[in-house]
Design a protein around this ligand. Sequence first.
Ligand SMILES: NC(=O)C1=CN([C@@H]2O[C@H](COP(=O)(O)OP(=O)(O)OC[C@H]3O[C@@H](n4cnc5c(N)ncnc54)[C@H](OP(=O)(O)O)[C@@H]3O)[C@@H](O)[C@H]2O)C=CC1
Ligand SMILES: O=C(CO)COP(=O)(O)O
Length: 320
Amino acid sequence: MSVAVLGSGAFGTALAVSLAGKGPVTLWARSAEQAELMQTGRENALRLPGVRLPDSLRVTADIADVQACETVLLAVPMQKLRQALADHTEALGRHVLVACCKGIELKTGMGPVSIISEVLPDARPALLTGPSFAQDIARGLPTALTLACAEADLSAALQEELTTANLRLYRTTDTIGAELGGALKNVMAIACGAVIGAGLGESARAALMTRGYAEMQRMALALGAQAETLAGLSGFGDLALTCTSELSRNYRLGLALGRGESFDPSITVEGVATAHAVNAKALELGLDMPITRCVTGLVDHSLTLNDAMAQLLARPLKEE
Ligand SMILES: NC(=O)C1=CN([C@@H]2O[C@H](COP(=O)(O)OP(=O)(O)OC[C@H]3O[C@@H](n4cnc5c(N)ncnc54)[C@H](OP(=O)(O)O)[C@@H]3O)[C@@H](O)[C@H]2O)C=CC1
Ligand SMILES: O=C(CO)COP(=O)(O)O
């Protein structure tokens, strides 16, 4: 099968670099000028500087080059996915589409797999998610990810196709669990960054990660996910990475909030919109998600960190 990556940000470029070790890969950028710069300069200086693009990786801005491939990885931010699909219904309509974004759509509460199914009903959707920084993948460092696809046969085929020398893929048919793990860990990473930024300590972070995981499970199980998926790479694995590393943009936003510093709004931080989307869904379902609720207050500056901690600590005592 032939592979294209739509979206030439940090993650799309890193995945394309890794896949190019196995054979030809097409990387699509929406800007013709950026595509030309990358194709001739053999570097994505804007989003992933310092990584040489292998010769087997071809950068293009021509969507026909994507259409010519059977499998397309969608590496755009979550809130941009619907538009990216709608812009290319003709080119992508019947393809195997592997979403690589982590989040929940703000205006609908939907995850990437459901959005693909809604916008392009004849496409075959899947999701690639799990603990992985673009910089690590692009440098060839060992990484393990979850490939989620409701079609068991396609899931196994994609697992083979997208496994590379440094990317080891596990598969599942539980797309809901994989979507929610990847989305919610970003919300928890903002919370953890905030407590560390404010100097509230490692113990507070461990408490947030653990109770945050309980929230992730609460919502995922209510929506039909399997507990094992949350315990795997796409849930626990990504929570552990993102809540503890300054390579994470969600964690860094939290750090800035905790320190009272500003944060560059042009940086992709999926947890902000997702916190609001998940909070709305929790209200709709009657689920108790206090950390998520506090994060929505922190990111829209309607709640101070001190007030958030006071609210969390003052909650009624209960069984774990
Ligand atoms: N970076 C990482 O380490 C990881 C990221 N991810 C996930 O990958 C997704 C993308 O993140 P990342 O690559 O880091 O983000 P970046 O901010 O690095 O890049 C986003 C890319 O999306 C492109 N884009 C935005 N809107 C559209 C659109 N409508 N059509 C086509 N392309 C579009 C941008 O193009 P332009 O330059 O023209 O604006 C840009 O190339 C996120 O959901 C993230 O959670 C997952 C794991 C690791
Ligand atoms: O998803 C990621 C790691 O698995 C990347 O995290 P950030 O989007 O917070 O940078």
